[in-house]
Design a protein around this ligand. Structure first.
Ligand code: 13P
Ligand code: SF4
Length: 350
C-alpha cells in the first residue's frame, strides 16, 4: 500500500463541489452508448471479468498515465503518448483496448489497420485535437506554402495527414531540429510551441494557437504562494502549461519525464503541474514522498483532471471488451497519409 501523501494545496471542503462545477462547464458531451440501459449489469468482480475478457479476446490493454488508478493497474502497458505509440507499434494481439483519449487510440489504429481497436468511450476527445479543425488548418497551411509542418500527436488523423512529422511532449525539441533552416509550422499547442521554440532555438516557428483546457488552468500566482509555504519542494510541470507557470518550475517534461524525476529527485515534497493521474505511479514508485497539486486558477481547487480522459471507467472498459464496440475506424487513404509522419517520428525516436 503506497503511503505517499497527496494534498490539495488549498481548502479541501469546497473542492468537490467547485471542481464539479468547473468541469461541468468544460466537460465534453458524453453519450455513453454502450451504457444505454439502466439495466446494464456488471459482474461483482469487474477487474477479474476484464482480465478474463482480455484473455478471451486475445486483447492487450494500453493505458495513459492520466487514467484512473484502477485502469492503470489492469493495463498491460501504461505510458506517455510516445511510449504508447511505440507499444502500439509492436503489438501482436488481435484486439487493442485503448484507455486514453481518441487521438491516442486513432494513432494505434493508424499503426495497426488489421487489428481491432476498441475504446471505452468514443467521446473521450482532447481540446487540442478538437481545437484544430482540418479545413481551417488546411487554409492556415496554404497561407504559409513554403513551411514544413510539425504536429503534436494530440491531433486528428486529418491533421497528421497534412504534416511532415509528428512529435510528442517527450521528443518535440528533437523533432523540431529536423527542420533546421526551413520555415516551420507547429500545431496545435501554443504553450508547447513556445517551449519548443526556446529549446530548439526556433523563435520563427509559425504557431497554431490551440491549448489544453487542463494545463491552462494552473495559476502561476498561486503556485508562487505555494512555493513560499513549501520552500524545499521541487516543482515539476508539463510543457502544455502557461509560460508563467513554466517559469516557476524546476523541471519541465512529458508525463514519463515528470514521473521519473519525481521518483529520482532528492526532494521529499513535489509540486506537480499536470493531470493528477501521474500521482498513482509516483505513489507506487516513491512511497513516502509528499505530492502537492499545483493550484488552479479557481481559488478553491486545482481542477487538474482531464474531463476527457476521465470518461473511461472500468464499466465501459468491460463493455467495450465484451461487445467489441465502440471501435476506432479510419479510412485507408487517410490512414496511409497519417502513417507517414507518425512512422517518421517513431524511426527518429527509436
Ligand atoms: P504526454 O505526451 O506527456 O503523455 O502528454 C499527453 C497529454 O495529453 C498531455 O496533456
Ligand atoms: Fe488533451 Fe489536455 Fe486532456 Fe491531454 S490533458 S488529453 S492535452 S485535454
Amino acid at each position: 500500500m503506497a503511503t505517499a501523501r497527496i494534498l490539495c494545496a488549498f481548502a479541501q471542503a469546497r473542492v468537490g463541489l467547485e471542481c464539479a462545477m468547473a468541469r461541468t462547464l468544460q466537460r465534453p458531451s458524453q453519450p455513453v452508448e454502450s451504457l444505454s440501459g439502466p439495466s446494464a449489469e456488471f459482474p461483482d468482480d469487474l477487474e477479474a471479468a476484464i482480465r478474463d475478457l482480455l484473455r478471451e479476446r486475445n486483447a492487450v490493454l494500453l493505458a495513459h498515465y492520466y487514467q484512473e488508478s484502477e485502469v492503470q493497474d489492469l493495463a498491460d502497458f501504461v505510458g506517455d503518448s510516445l511510449a504508447l505509440a511505440q507499444a502500439a507499434q509492436s503489438v501482436d494481439h488481435d484486439v487493442i483496448a485503448f484507455c486514453g483519449v481518441h487521438f491516442m487510440a486513432e494513432t494505434a489504429k493508424i499503426l495497426n489497420p488489421e487489428r481491432t481497436v476498441v475504446v471505452p468511450d468514443l467521446a473521450a476527445g482532447c481540446s487540442l485535437a478538437d481545437g484544430c479543425p482540418p479545413e481551417e488548418f488546411r487554409k492556415f497551411k496554404q497561407e504559409h506554402p513554403d513551411a514544413a509542418v510539425l504536429s503534436y500527436i494530440n491531433t486528428t488523423a486529418e491533421i497528421k495527414a497534412m504534416s511532415d512529422l509528428i512529435c510528442t511532449s517527450s521528443n518535440a525539441p528533437k523533432m523540431a531540429a529536423e527542420f533546421e533552416g526551413q520555415p516551420l509550422i507547429f500545431a496545435p499547442d501554443r504553450h508547447l510551441a513556445r517551449w519548443v521554440a526556446q529549446r530548439a532555438d526556433r523563435p520563427d516557428m509559425i504557431v497554431w494557437q490551440g491549448s489544453c483546457i487542463v494545463h491552462e488552468q494552473f495559476s502561476a500566482k498561486r503556485l508562487v504562494q505555494l512555493k513560499v509555504v513549501h520552500p524545499d519542494a521541487e516543482v515539476l510541470a508539463h510543457p502544455e502549461c502557461d509560460e508563467a507557470v513554466l517559469e516557476e518550475a524546476d523541471f519541465v517534461a512529458s508525463t514519463t519525464g515528470i514521473i521519473k524525476r519525481a521518483v529520482e529527485s532528492e526532494a521529499q515534497t513535489l509540486i506537480i503541474a499536470t493531470e493528477d493521474g501521474v500521482f498513482h505511479q509516483i505513489q507506487q514508485q516513491a512511497p513516502g514522498k509528499t505530492i502537492l497539486q499545483a493550484p488552479g486558477m479557481d481559488e478553491s481547487c486545482a481542477c487538474n483532471q482531464c474531463p476527457f480522459m476521465r470518461l473511461n471507467t472500468l464499466e465501459k472498459l468491460f463493455l467495450c471488451l465484451r461487445d467489441l464496440t465502440p471501435q476506432v475506424e479510419i479510412e485507408e487513404d487517410l490512414r496511409l497519409a497519417a502513417l507517414r509522419p507518425v512512422e517518421r517520428m517513431l524511426e527518429l525516436s527509436a
